[in-house]
Design a protein around this ligand. Structure first.
Ligand code: NDP
Length: 466
C-alpha cells in the first residue's frame, strides 16, 4: 500500500495519525491518509510565509517553475489518475483527462501576466499601478474534481507571486498528495505545501494568522463559514460555491438532436459538478419527446466501478452525499414526482442509477436545492417569461443554459439569466480565456486568465512627484 505523505517546506512528511479513505465503488476503506497535526499546520503555513519574499521577486523564475510543475504532473499522470478514480469514483479515462487538463491549466496560468500600468506620465509626475501578491494563500478544495480545482487555484496564486497551503477534501486527499510527490522538486521549498486531515483542519487553516487570502471551493454553507472566519482578520476571499443551474429548452429544438448534450450537461461526473444542469425547463410542445430521449440515454450509459473500462458513470463519491441524493429522490416521490427511469441505488458501493424525473414542481427540494447527484428533474412551461422567472427564482447563480437553433433569440434569453456563465446550446463548457465565477450565493470573485490573476493580487499605486 502506498504511504501517503504531506508536503511541508519541500519535504514529504509523515504524520502520527491517519484517517481512512473509502473507495465509493465498493464502499470499502482502501487507503489511509495522513492526518496533519496542529504543529504541522503551523509548519506548513510558516514555511509558506518564509518562502514568500523570494518567490515574489521574479516572474520569469515562477513561470519556469510552473512549467516544470506541469511536466512533472504529466509524467505521473497515470499513477495520479488511478488513485483519483479509486478515491473519487469517476471512470479512469475521465480521471486521466482531469489530471492532464490540470497540467494544461498550470501551463496556461504560467503564461499569464499583469504588467505594471502607467496611469499618468506628465512633467509633474508619474502614477503607476502594480499588482502585488497577498502572501500566504490557503487553498481549500472539494471532492468532485480534486486535482483540477486544486491546480487551478495553486497555479493562479503561484504565478501571481503568492505561496500556498493546499488542503484537499478528506474524501479525496490522495490524488492531491500524489501531486505533491510529483512536483516536490519542481518548486522551491515552502512555495507549495499540501496538508490533509479531517474536520476541523480546514477551519483551523482559515483562521491562521499568517494566511492573507483564502481561495475556497465548496458548498454555500461552508463558504459562508469561511467568509465569517476570514472577516475577523479581514483576510481576502475567493469563494467558488454551489449551483442549481437551469437549462431552458425552447420549443424549436429537435429533441433527438440536443438530448445527448443535455444528458451530459446534467450527468457528467454523475451530476457532481457545480455547473451541472440540475433542473430543466422544457417547452410543453416537445416535453414528452425530450423526456423519452433522455430516459433512453440514462438507461444506455452503464453506472459502475470507474476502474472498469465499460463504466460510463461512476458512483456518488461518499456515503453522506449518497444518502442526501437518495432522500431527495424519496422526498420528490412522496410529493408526487414520477420516476421515468432510475430512482434507486445500483447496489454496488455508493452507485446510484441515472435518474430522470417528471411531474415535479419548483417547490420540491429536488428542484429548489442543489442535489449534486445523478438526477435530472424535468419541468414544463408554456410561457418563456415564466420559465426565465422560475429559473432565476433561487439564491444560486452559477450557470444556466438556453437551447434553440435560433441563436439570436437564445442569446437574448441567456442574457436574462441571473448567473455567472450563461451558455447557448451547450452547458459545462469552461474556457481558460473567460472568467468563471458565480453571482448571488454561488460565489465571490473569479478564476481564470487575468481575472484570476487579479483575484490573487491587490493593487498598489505608486505616485511619483517630479
Ligand atoms: P464542502 O463545503 O463540504 O467542503 C469543501 C472543503 O471545505 C473540504 O475540503 C472541507 O473539508 C472544507 N471545510 C469544511 N468546513 C470548513 C470550514 N469551516 N472551514 C474551512 N474549510 C472547511 O463541499 P464538498 O466537498 O461537499 O463539495 C461539494 C460542493 O462544492 C458543492 O456545493 C459544489 O457545488 C461545490 N463546488 C463548487 C464549484 C465552483 O467552482 N463553484 C466547483 C466544485 C464544487 P472537511 O470535509 O474536512 O470539512
Amino acid at each position: 500500500m502506498n504511504h501517503y505523505r504531506l508536503l511541508i517546506n519541500g519535504k514529504l512528511t509523515s504524520t502520527t495519525d491517519s484517517f481512512a479513505v473509502v473507495n465509493p465503488a465498493s464502499g470499502e476503506v482502501f487507503a489511509q491518509a495522513p492526518e496533519c497535526s496542529e504543529q504541522q499546520l503551523d509548519q506548513a503555513v510558516g514555511s509558506a510565509q518564509q518562502a514568500f519574499p523570494q518567490w515574489g521577486q521574479d516572474h520569469n523564475k515562477r513561470k519556469a517553475a510552473l512549467m516544470d510543475m506541469a511536466n512533472a504532473i504529466q509524467q505521473q499522470s497515470k499513477k495520479i489518475a488511478e488513485v483519483l478514480t479509486l478515491e473519487q469514483g469517476k471512470p479512469l479515462k475521465h480521471a486521466t483527462r482531469e489530471v492532464m487538463a490540470s497540467a494544461l491549466q498550470i501551463q496556461f496560468a504560467a503564461n499569464t501576466e499583469l504588467p505594471l500600468e502607467v496611469l499618468q506620465d506628465t512633467d509633474d509626475g508619474r502614477i503607476e499601478l502594480h499588482h502585488k501578491p497577498y502572501g500566504v494563500v490557503a487553498a481549500i478544495t472539494p471532492w468532485n474534481f480534486p486535482v483540477s480545482i486544486a491546480m487551478g487555484k495553486v497555479a493562479t496564486a503561484l504565478i501571481a507571486g503568492n505561496t500556498v497551503v493546499l488542503k484537499p477534501s478528506p474524501y479525496t486527499p490522495l490524488s492531491t498528495l500524489l501531486v505533491g510527490e510529483a512536483i516536490q522538486s519542481a518548486l522551491p521549498p515552502g512555495v507549495l505545501n499540501i496538508i490533509s486531515g479531517s474536520d476541523p483542519l480546514g477551519a483551523c487553516l482559515t483562521i491562521h494568522p499568517l494566511v492573507r487570502k483564502i481561495d475556497f471551493t465548496g458548498s454555500v454553507n461552508t463558504g459562508k463559514q469561511v467568509a465569517r472566519a476570514a472577516s475577523d482578520d479581514l483576510k481576502r476571499v475567493t469563494l467558488e460555491l454551489g449551483g442549481n443551474d437551469a437549462a431552458i429548452v425552447l420549443e424549436d429544438v429537435q429533441p433527438k438532436e440536443i438530448a445527448n448534450k443535455l444528458f451530459w450537461g446534467a450527468f457528467t461526473n454523475s451530476g457532481q459538478v457545480c455547473i451541472a444542469i440540475k433542473r430543466a425547463y422544457v417547452h410543453e410542445s416537445i416535453y414528452p419527446q425530450l423526456v423519452s430521449e433522455l430516459s433512453l440515454l440514462a438507461k444506455k450509459y452503464p453506472v459502475g466501478d470507474g476502474m472498469n473500462e465499460q463504466t460510463a458513470l461512476g458512483p456518488i463519491n461518499n456515503q453522506a452525499q449518497f444518502e442526501r441524493v437518495s432522500s431527495l429522490v424519496e422526498d420528490a416521490k412522496q410529493h408526487g414526482a414520477k420516476i421515468e427511469t432510475g430512482g434507486a441505488p445500483t447496489g454496488q458501493g455508493f452507485g446510484y442509477q441515472s435518474t430522470i424525473m417528471t411531474e415535479v414542481n419548483d417547490e420540491m427540494s429536488i428542484v429548489c436545492e442543489e442535489q449534486f447527484g445523478p438526477v435530472l428533474p424535468i419541468l414544463t412551461y408554456t410561457d418563456l417569461d415564466d420559465a426565465i422567472a422560475r429559473a432565476n427564482h433561487t439564491h444560486f447563480g452559477l450557470g444556466g443554459s438556453v437551447w434553440s437553433p435560433n441563436l439570436e433569440r437564445a442569446s437574448d434569453v441567456a442574457r436574462r439569466l441571473q448567473c455567472g456563465t450563461a451558455w447557448v446550446n451547450q452547458h459545462l463548457a469552461l474556457s481558460p480565456v473567460a472568467p468563471f465565477g458565480g453571482s448571488k450565493w454561488s460565489g465571490i470573485g473569479y478564476i481564470n486568465g487575468r481575472w484570476g490573476y487579479e483575484g490573487a493580487t491587490e493593487l498598489q499605486v505608486v505616485n511619483i512627484k517630479r
